[in-house]
Every structure is written in C-alpha cells, then in structure tokens.
Design a protein. Sequence first.
Length: 315
Amino acid sequence: MTDPRPREVEHEITVSAPAAEVYRLIAEVENWPRIFPPTIYVDHIERSAGEELIRIWATANGEAKNWTSRRVLDPEAMRITFRQQVSTPPVATMGGTWIIEPLSATESRIRLLHDYTAVGDDPAGLAWIDEAVDRNSRSELAALKTNVERVTAAAELAFSFEDTVEIAGSAKDVYDFINEAGHWSERLPHVAVVRLTEDTPGLQTLEMDTRAKDGSVHTTKSYRVCLDGDRIAYKQTTLPALMDLHTGVWTFRETGAGTVEATSQHTVVIRAENIGKILGPEADAAQAKEYVQGALSTNSRATLGHAKDYAEARR
C-alpha cells in the first residue's frame, strides 16, 4: 500500500558568509544567475509584501526549462517558503523552505527542506523524485556555498554597466533585430559564425564565434529568454578566460516621441586567477574590469548601431 502523505527531506551546508547576506542573495531573485549555475533568468509575475510569484528559466541536463513558483519571504526569521504552481510528472506536488541560521558573525548554516508527492502515489515515481531531489539539493547547496562565498568575499570583482542608443524607429523592429540572432553573421561584422536553436518559443540557445579587435576569434554560448517584445535576457555559459560570470538584458523602451531607447545591460564577475595571464603580471582587478567592459561595450554598441540602421530603414 502506498503512503499518500508528502515525503519530507532536509539537506544543509555551512558557508563562510554572514547569514543576513546569504538570506538577501537568495531572497532577491535577480541574484540567482550569479549564485545558482543552472539559473538563466528569473522574473516576477506578481509581487506584494512578503509574497511573490516568480517564473524561473534554468537548465536541466543541458536543456533549458521554465516553471513558476510562489514564495513567502520572512526576513526576520530568515526563512523563504516556496511551492511549485505546476509540477511535471512524476512529481504531483513540490514545495519546501530555505532556512538561514547564523553560526557566527561570518558563518551561517543553510538548510533546504523539501516536501513532495508522486503522481498516483506511485512508488517508482517517488523513488525517482527521491533521487532527483537528493542529487539536485546536494549539487545546488555545494554550488551555492561556492558562489555565495565568492560573491561576498570578492565584491570588487563584480560590476554592472549599460550602453543605450536612441533609435528613430519602432521598438518591434529593434526587438526583432536582437531576437533574430540567427542572422547576425550576415548583419554584424564582428560575428563570424552563429548557431541559434529555439525548440521552445522564446527560449533560445545561441552559440557564436566573434572577432575581437586584434583579429582573434572567440566562441561563446548563451541561453536567451525573449520576453514579449520588450526584453531579451541571457546568461553566457561558455565564457572568455577573464570572466567567471556574464549575464545581460537587452531592453527596448518607447519614449513617446517616436523614438526607442535600446539598452544593453551587462553584469560581470572577473576571474581573478586569469588577470595576470591575460593582461600581464602587473595588472589588477580595476584594469581587468576596464578591459572587459571595453570589449563588451564595443560589441554591444556595434550591435545596437546595426539595430538602429535596421529599424530606421523600416520606418
């Protein structure tokens, strides 16, 4: 006979970071691409005091997936409860709680609780979920420890910036130019080869060979989330040697004066151990940030410039 009650499991890990900072990093979902390697992008669908409905795009076994989750945040107790809105078989229901406990001023314990049921209370389905939750929780907590400690210990290596171009055209045409990255090798001089797949509408895998100013060619891979004509968010998973993390968002805003403000925003974490190898033994983090921003900004501005030409030609 099967047991209809939810299965409850708990995993934990200790991290060298203040509890309040760990709570903040998990609570503010815009941090997730930085602290959870599989996460591509997270967006708010609904938001009120202490409760939110979020949509998560993440990779699983090399494939990009998305789902929605409702969360209740309790900053005083440093607890966050979550519940999947729609689960995928064999999962019937799935929820849980993050609990952050201070151990000292600089160390904390992260506890991750799950409760779940299988479709039809099937024992084989439950065994599959047991294994998946255990494997995913262990790898998620290990990655969370690494990334939370890196983010809190090396704040000087992380930075964000943006470039904006004003375009006398429609937001739809500018969006289309960025969305149709499969044509970039024909439309953008710095793109040598491009491979774009979109098995799920609005969820793209983009591989590119791009040319740097010195003529060298670099291969990058990104997952992109294309949102309703006004945003395209991405996370690079194959990175140049100077970067530990690179995420970005293209946004397209109608100004009301017949123009569009097109913005390319980047968030980067520098890979400290490669600074000397690439920029010389005397180079520091500030020089690495300047170098990376220069390279990314050059490509962003070039892309936005061609998007401007494309949209303005279609007025």
